[in-house]
Design a protein around this ligand. Structure first.
Ligand code: IPE
Ligand code: IPE
Ligand code: MG
Length: 247
């Protein structure tokens, strides 16, 4: 099966093995807007609508964990106007749309460093986490100001601190220890990572966790992404032979 695909298929999704954890790099909003001679912010607005739909669809088909990349540690480099419009959009979402997830019993978590966001946004993120934590549905990790290198540096610092103050034995540090110091502690690694918009790179997303993830790159730009595209990615995933280093 090709690494790259954009073909549509009519396979019944319910007959397929649904990945337990899916990661999505929601990319292509700017190009979508450019093609329509619209400001980049309208691509982000459309992308946010798609996010809402796809998250609920994943929950409906039985995905247990969904991690979406919404804003990277590197995205602060964008022009102020774009960053400001993204912050406005996040605020709107955290105020309204995330309430929808209540009907689907979705647990909302934010992964990444909240500190650089405004106090208002930070409070909204915490409120969403608190309100949803006792639900029993899909876990939705929204990666905001997330960077995998930053996550690993933070883990190294926290582990070092524990060794320094004597609460951790250096000889007992293993792979599970590192996993437990990441934002995704206690969650399974992603089985499938989807990148729309045709870019063949990871852009600092889940470096440690994706060691054995299957990657599906799709040409569709995120604001055009549909539930059929998600079905197609899952179908491709079903045709992969995961060996994890074995035979
Ligand atoms: C992804 O779309 C959204 C964010 C990174 C916030 P882009 O804004 O990167 O869209 P392109 O890649 O420029 O088309
Ligand atoms: C990755 O997309 C980050 C998000 C989708 C939030 P980018 O558009 O920032 O990645 P690059 O710059 O193309 O690698
Ligand atoms: Mg991009």
């Amino acid at each position: 099966m090709a690494f790259f695909s954009n073909k549509k298929s009519d396979t019944d999704i319910h007959k397929l093995n649904i990945p337990k954890h899916i990661g999505i790099i929601m990319d292509g909003n700017g190009r979508w807007a450019k093609k329509r001679h619209l400001p980049r912010s309208s691509g982000h607005t459309q992308g946010a609508k798609v996010f809402r739909k796809i998250a609920r669809y994943c929950s409906d088909i039985g995905v247990e964990y969904l991690t979406v990349y919404a804003f990277s540690t590197e995205n602060w480099k964008r022009p102020d106007e774009e960053v400001n419009s993204l912050m406005r959009l996040f605020k709107e979402y955290l105020n309204e749309a995330l309430r929808d997830f209540k009907d689907d019993s979705i647990v909302v978590r934010f992964i990444g460093d909240k500190a650089p966001f405004s106090k208002e946004l930070q409070e909204l993120m915490i409120k969403n986490e608190e309100e949803s934590k006792s639900r029993d549905g899909m876990v939705l990790n929204i990666a905001m100001n997330y960077g995998s290198r930053d996550e690993l540096v933070r883990a190294v610092k926290n582990i070092s601190q524990n060794v320094k103050d004597g609460s951790m034995d250096i000889d007992k540090i293993d792979e599970a220890t590192v996993s437990n110091f990441l934002y995704t502690a206690n969650q399974p690694d992603p089985d499938l990572i989807i990148r729309p918009s045709g870019e063949y790179r990871i852009s600092n997303f889940l470096l440690w966790q994706s060691a054995y993830s299957e990657f599906v790159i799709m040409n569709t730009l995120w604001p055009d992404f549909t539930t059929d595209d998600l079905d197609e990615a899952i179908r491709i995933f079903n045709n992969r032979n995961r060996r994890f280093g074995g035979v």
